[in-house]
Every structure is written in C-alpha cells, then in structure tokens.
Design a protein around this ligand. Sequence first.
Ligand code: FES
Ligand SMILES: [Fe+2]
Length: 365
Amino acid sequence: MTRPRPSGSDATNGPTWHSEPDVRRASTLDERLHHDRAAHELAIERVFVRSWQLLPLSDPIQRVEPLTLLEGGLDEPLVLTLSDDGEQLLSNVCTHRGALLAEAPGDARALRCRYHGRRFDLGGTMTSCPGFEGAECFPRASENLARLPLEQVGPLRFTSIDPRIPFDEWAAPLRRTLAEYDGEIFTFEPSASRDFEIDASWALYCENYLEGFHIPFVHPGLNQGLDFSRYTTELEPYAVRQLGVASRDDDARLVSRAADDVVADYLWLYPNLMVNAYAWGISVNLIEPIGPGRCRVRYLRWVARPDLVGTGVGGALDEVEMEDQGIVLSVQKGVRSRLYPGGRFAPKLETGPHHFQRLMSADLK
Ligand code: FES
Ligand SMILES: [Fe+2]
C-alpha cells in the first residue's frame, strides 16, 4: 500500500504548509514538520531565527560569559558582557575570519581573538586589528560585534537574532501572567529544574500542551484537581492562554484570578515557551528543537511563595510531565506512519493546536 498523500502537500514539490483558517474545516499541518530534515531546517531558519528565545540562565554573571543560544538548534555563539556601560549581549564570533572569542567565563576587560589578535571592548567595538595597515575601505561598521537585544520580564531574560515581532507585543501576555506576583521575589529552584532529550518533535510537544482535551484521558491525577467543564482556552496573536479552574475548595487560587477560582494559568508563547503560573510560582517549559523528530525539554522553576510549594494542581508536576512525554513519544511514532492520513481538529477543544499551526504556516510558507 502506498502512503496517503499528506494534507497540505503538493505531489511534486513537497509541503505547501497550508493551514486552513477555519478550525471547523482545518486539517493538521503536513506531518513532515515532525520528522523531515528539510522541514526541521526550514523551521530553524524561518521560525527560530526570527523568534524570541529564553536565555540560558547566567546569573550572576562574570564580566565575560559565553553562551550558546539554543544548543543543537540555532547553535548561535553569543557572549554576555558586563562593563561600566551595563550588560551587552554580543556575537561571540570574531569579525575577521570567524574564530570564537570568549571560550570560558572570566573577568577580562576586553575580548581578544586568539587567532590573529583582534580586540574588542566589552560593548563590542573593535579597538585594534593587527595586520590591517594598508587595507582599503576599512574598518567597516561590521568589524564591530553584532549586538543582540536583551529583554527581561520578571526573572526571565530573552533575546532574538532577528525578531519578527516587537518584544513588547510578544511579551504582553507574559507580563499579564507575571502581574500575579507583583512585588514578590522569584527564587530559581535548581533542584526542581531538569532537562530531558526525547525522540519527539518540539512542535508535537507544543501541540500537546496547547489543548486540555487530553487531560481527562492522560492526566487522571491532574484531572481530579481541575473542573474540566470550566477549563478555558484564549487565543492571543502570538500566545495561547489556558486557565484551569479548581474542582476542590482547598486548592490555592491565583490571587489575581481568585474570583474565577483559577488555580493554573498555562501560557504558551510562540514558538516554544510555556510559562505555567500556580499559586506558589512559575514552572517554565522550554522546548528546544535539536534535530528532526528530536527535542530537549527543559523544566525550570521559580518560586515566589515558598509556603505554597507542593500544594494544589501545581504540586505534582513531575507526574504530569512524564505523562505528557509518554503521549508525545507515542504520537511521534504515529505521525510517521505511512497509513496516518492526517487529522482534523475538534472545533471547540483544539483551537490551541490549530492556532499554533496557523502561526507556523505563516512563517514556513
Ligand atoms: S579570526 Fe580573529 S583575528 Fe583573525
Ligand atoms: Fe498534558
């Protein structure tokens, strides 16, 4: 038997990445998104290069702190510097022949390339370049290191190589979520933070996150704490917010939404960031593409109200995370099937995954 032609594909030219705007008629995006190498590379260039990304943790910083943005995906070498002029996020690539500059954290007052000795100050300006006497039309502005934006909301810091969306527009839903903890101090909890590499596409992981339809089936424990009949999904231009409402009186409400009995605010920001707000603080899930059909799931937690840790629906997250990983691994195998025809969306329950695919479609086309 031959493989059914994937929905939204052209028989000769591969995926068209078409996504029907009306969820009642839409089918899932071409499933090559989840396992094909060319589709993976297209998503890296068209989606991730243009996106806002959470920075790897680097607090407190030394004067010079090299980091790799989205290791295994973007693999962009950057360096965070601290000088009298403040912090800068710079390209960590020498503008001469491309050697990496800082290779380890340190307290240097300048960046010096170990290949041919070019120097830059901690703001990224080239200050010397041995051997260039007689060079014409030199130096160009591009001899200085590229500077990336450095943004912050609460304890979370972000950058982008080439942002498609202004930061304030992208981050507006996140600011609303974190307003819950206005005036409170977040403490990062390394012991509750972990990374997993799994054989599933980052996009499948996001799609699973974006619907609560599976909660009664996949998460029996979580389902007991939520009143599924009052679970809501709100679409925003570059985000999806799902609100979980308590089924029990004893569960800790989010202060800002206590009147609506909200115990969990599940916010996803395009393309790969999830910020789950509970009464005790936030659990961040960052889903990093590291290959076709492979991703790194990073769980990071910040506590704002230590007395509430372990309570309510945000109390047993490990179990929920493992249940989600299990189902996503299953779907990864299924969408590769030659016999899988592509699916349809449940119109009221799967607006989140459909919105995700609409945004992906716009970027991939
Ligand atoms: S590559 Fe840096 S000075 Fe040549
Ligand atoms: Fe889930």
